[in-house]
Ligand binder design. Structure first.
Ligand SMILES: Nc1nc2c(ncn2[C@@H]2O[C@H](COP(=O)(O)OP(=O)(O)OP(=O)(O)O)[C@@H](O)[C@H]2O)c(=O)[nH]1
Ligand SMILES: [Mg+2]
Ligand SMILES: [Zn+2]
Length: 376
């Protein structure tokens, strides 16, 4: 064999490797981090040591590896002792394939407060490295605007792009649909609004558009995207994932007759592969939407009100009874509902309280002189 042929083979292996990693969502940012942090692993080791967390069960992570030989189907199950991982994370597995050595930094993370009923301020990351968050509602129920606002804040806080989706439109007529649009319009804050039916397949192409970036220069779909689905139990997140992936991998469960509420069928987040590239993350239905630290989520989800505040006379205007308050003027005109303003104030107060609790918690922790970060 000539030298050229040898080189050709070597390149083919790397190309395969790269292709599989890319299919998993590997990108330039991660590659740079790998080099900068000197997490050097050889191309062959790549096959088993570098991967993406697809599921977490009681201290064990399932990791899809970007295998040279096993292609995308390489799967490792390792312990996550000492590692704070979430579904969607990129990780490096230890040499002996027993545990996670490193978690690569996240481009985005859907994080909520873990225990809203206690004084402990702890967070729980539901999904990491996501590009889009589908905030799913069921069209069979009256839209709960206050809950949608909260879910949009959570979605915006992740750093990914939120999209509001009303599923189950097969249960709705055209009049109901246009009424729905009118009702949710005031809370959209620029977020795209989509309608779909996991049952009939209507509107699914609109959702598929978020599963990859279309490279118009080359007229090809490139860069598979990761999409997390968020919403109350029973809205049809898992059914949508099955419909989009064409595979009944996710368990689904009927809603209760009387109030249409779900039964919390999905109990753990899971990364699901789409045939044509792209990844979906199924998440357990949210009982309470408890916010974690803000990443400007409130500003973004209430951008209409935040834009108005710039025209208030006083910089520290509370938008209550101050003179020349642009927000109150908008409420009087009927451009902003009193309920929306009240909800925004409540969310701001909730985050302030959380920040205070967290500060107390962190100080107490510092006093103990512990070096390792608390598990949260
Ligand atoms: N009519 C209709 N029913 C749907 C649609 N999508 C889901 N369903 C039904 O809604 C119920 C709940 O669906 P799931 O997919 O389990 O809901 P989920 O959001 O995953 O719920 P959790 O896992 O509990 O958070 C099931 O009975 C589904 O068959 C739809 O588009 N139309
Ligand atoms: Mg589910
Ligand atoms: Zn004001």
């Amino acid at each position: 064999m000539t030298n050229d042929a040898h080189e050709g083979l070597a390149n083919a292996t790397t190309r395969d490797d790269a292709a599989h990693a890319l299919a998993l969502g590997w990108n330039e940012r991660l590659a740079t981090e790998l080099i900068e942090k000197k997490y050097y692993i050889t191309s062959l080791q790549h096959s088993r040591r570098l991967g993406r967390v697809s599921r977490i069960d009681r201290g064990w992570s399932t990791i899809l590896t970007s295998g040279v030989h096993d292609a995308i189907d390489g799967v490792e199950r390792v312990r996550n002792i000492g590692a704070e991982v979430a579904v969607g994370d990129w990780v490096i597995i230890s040499d002996d394939l027993e545990k996670i050595d490193h978690v690569l930094s996240r481009s985005s993370a859907l994080t909520r407060r873990a225990s809203s009923d206690t004084v402990r301020a702890e967070s729980h990351t539901v999904a990491a490295n996501i590009d889009t968050v589908l905030v799913v509602q069921a069209a069979t129920q009256d839209p709960n605007l206050r809950r949608i606002e909260r879910e949009l804040v959570l979605a915006f806080d992740s750093g990914a792009q939120p999209v509001l989706v009303f599923n189950k439109i097969d249960e709705m007529d055209a009049d109901g649909l246009s009424l729905m649009v009118r009702r949710v319009e005031p809370v959209l804050a620029g977020v795209p609004l989509l309608f779909a039916s996991a049952k009939t397949g209507a509107g699914l192409d609109g959702l598929r558009a978020y599963t990859y970036i279309y490279d118009s220069a080359k007229s090809v779909a490139s860069a598979p995207q990761t999409i997390a689905l968020l919403g109350a139990s029973g809205v049809g997140k898992s059914t949508l994932i099955n419909a989009l992936s064409g595979h009944d991998g996710q368990a689904t469960g009927a809603v209760r007759e009387g109030d249409q509420r779900g039964r919390h069928t999905t109990t753990a987040a899971e990364l699901v592969r789409l045939v044509n590239g792209g990844w979906l993350i199924d998440t357990p239905g949210l009982r309470a939407v408890s916010l974690w630290m803000s990443n400007h989520g409130i500003e973004l989800a209430f951008s209409d009100i935040f834009t108005l505040t710039e025209s208030c006379k006083f910089r520290d205007c509370k938008h209550e009874d101050e003179p020349s308050c642009a927000v109150q003027a908008a409420v009087e005109r009927g451009d902003v509902s009193l309920e929306r303003l009240a909800n925004m104030k409540m969310l701001v107060a909730e985050e302030l309280e959380l920040e205070e609790q967290k500060a107390v918690h962190d100080r107490a922790y510092d006093r103990k002189g512990a070096r390792k970060k608390p598990k949260n």
